[in-house]
Design a protein around this ligand. Sequence first.
Ligand code: GDP
Ligand code: MG
Length: 457
Amino acid sequence: SETEKNTLRSPICAILGHVDTGKTKILDRIRKSKVQEGEAGGITQQIGASFFPVEELRRKTKSIPAAQRLQLSVPGLLVIDTPGHESFANLRSRGSSLCDIAILVVDIMHGLQQQTLESLHLLRVRNSPFIVALNKIDRMYGWEPHQDAPLRDTMKKQEKHVRDEYDARVQKTITEFAEQGINAIEYHKNKDFRKYVSLVGTSAVTGEGIPDLLMLLVQLAQRFMTERLTTRDRLECSVLEVKMIEGLGTTIDVILVNGVLHEGDEIVVCGLNGPIVTNIRALLTPKPMHEIRVKTDYIHHKVIYASQGVKIAAPDLVDAIAGSSLYVVGDEIDREAAIDLAKKEVSDLNRYIDKSGYGVFVQASTLGSLEALLSYLEQVEIPVSGIGVGPVHRKNVMAASTMLEHKKEYAVILAFDVRVGQDAARFAEECGVRIFTADIIYHLFDMFKKYVEDIEA
Ligand code: GDP
Ligand code: MG
């Protein structure tokens, strides 16, 4: 396996940014050229991730002189395929990020947007190194595309007014980052990766700047992550998504960052009603591209080594929570210890609950998004008195209603990306608890702020 051949494991890379900036398209572009050329031994598609072997990274970056001097001692790059800050937030283990590096995608025509700021908040909280793709450069007026060209090559061939527009947009973005307290700089001018975040113009449509982007990722991984990337024995595995699959029942898509999983292993993950203890019935990865006929056509494995994205089928996963760590019962830890660790993952978030006993109630779809929301509320100094994962139920409304007597403005549920049960909604209406739902953290904040202002007016 990769882990046995190399002392360094593959860095895990997530992609974040505002909706429609081109996150999915960039990943498609990185993969597509390869698939079209039909070469063997290239990128392997996994569950929730794609693996880019180092030879492939070399091939894709060979058009850049600087990339040829790069030492590449990582086996490859594992890029998380389910873009959005949800998946970044859920790649966590015991409160720290399992993501080694990230790409923050910004639409060069729009600059920093609401979810960009949200992503920045997450990257800061998790202390993750990242680079910025200023995407959609091909949309600038008069742009002449040069398929898959390195940024500087295509830039040289553009007319002066196009280059001027690019420079102006880059400057504007740098100013916007500065307003967020971040020093950003064009990557080829970056002499200090610790102080400055690198910006690179890209187009997911023409592939321009993509070689640069890949080079920067590897560079970042090599320079700063050697310690992090040294393989450890401890199992590190995170539940990225919980999915119902016909014929398999409820499955979990996990990213195995360190260690080994076996068919039949007894595992523990966090559930809506406490830790779930179950046994792995099947370890599944997708069939290679050309073999895929039916969606549910998976390869079964007896054993899986890190780093990999894999689907796990097992009984009793219905209530599993994304963002939970996965624990294997065995030599490292016994069942009781694993259950305790799973409980602790949820209870650790109680540190965000205000000591005064007063505050809003917070409900989110996954452990990762709950943590992101709580850390944001802490930053903007909104106290929290109760937290939960999953749909809003009547009992949550009941809890929030206790604030009505003391602090009416806190008789509120901020519900992030979760359903509100009919019964809960009706009951909230009756007793005067307000439920705000949104899938952008800032929107919840804005709604709440306005509500408080209206009460005070
Ligand atoms: P996501 O929401 O960030 O994943 O964005 P998508 O990848 O779904 O892209 C949103 C839209 O922008 C789609 O219509 C894409 O075709 C388009 N798009 C993405 N990247 C580029 C780009 O580099 N250039 C242009 N012109 N369009 C792009
Ligand atoms: Mg997308």
